[in-house]
Design a protein around this ligand. Sequence first.
Ligand SMILES: [Fe+2]
Length: 201
Amino acid sequence: MSGFNVSNDPLDFLRGCSVGFDLKSGLSEKVDTGKRYLSQMKGIFADEAAYDALLAKGDTLVYEFHGMPVPEKEGDLAFGCSILYPGKVGDEYFITKGHFHTILDTAEVYYCLGGSGYMLLENEAGDYSAHELAPGQAVYVPKGYAHRSVNTSATEKLVTFFVFRADAGHDYGTIEQKGYRKLILESDGKPVIADNPKWRL
Ligand SMILES: [Fe+2]
């Protein structure tokens, strides 16, 4: 057995380790997820009245994600799954909060394991694009772009696996304050890109 790591060390980021992620659920037996409930997303969705009405019905889980305890050092890579549940606030699909990286010059890869939706990108100059997420599809998030997942399915979770440099950090504040310039809404049963009426410079 020499050469095989037969120890049961769950997570050894210095010597190497393997971590399982369920292809359907995205969940891992080795690492728990952080969870974002609707009550934690006040101001993120465009339709505030619809948000309040939905929250009054219950504090639903919107998404969860792994915060892998990788050393946050130059050269390390953080990875894990993001699991975004189906739902809408008014006409707006369920989304992740969206973030820039604190080290702005940081790219990231998302590989879709299940579900359907988009990765919405936007930089500080206003350039934006939406990239389809479907099983087997990888999206490259370039340096300098905020990124947010959008689940356009009415019934399925959107499960993606992500990898980025572990020391990049997350800047959620910029999006919380300004919002995105663009939204993905449902119109006549289909996703469309629309201007965000709440966006401000
Ligand atoms: Fe990121």
